[in-house]
Design a binder for this molecule. Sequence first.
Ligand code: ZN
Length: 131
Amino acid sequence: MTFAHLLEEAATAHAVADAARAKAYALDCVAWNTALFIGELDHTSPTIAAAIEGGFPLLEVRCEHCKHTEMIDLALVVQPRDRQVALMRSYLYCSPCQRTVGKKWRPELIGLRPLGDPQPAAPSRRTKKAS
Ligand SMILES: [Zn+2]
């Protein structure tokens, strides 16, 4: 086996492993979405890195007070990539509620979404006001 061939074999094996890992992460994301939906709140959430690599880089959140929903692009989040997505909740608050009633309500986590869902946004606390 030549050196060039070894490198090629290794590159192929890594590509296969990466694809398999991405699929595993995607399944973790779908499982966590399901856990949120059925109320299994103790289920461990994927990390930010896993959600991005698994193809679910958007976190959908909803304020129970004003029903405002928002898509948070995890790629833009300034958090350690090995942090669980579920812990994001502690860093978020509903910006419409803060503007209108002056309260920093924590939004509920709805689930991870693949790219292609409309209007991803940075976390509320980092969003510049449009007005
Ligand atoms: Zn709200």
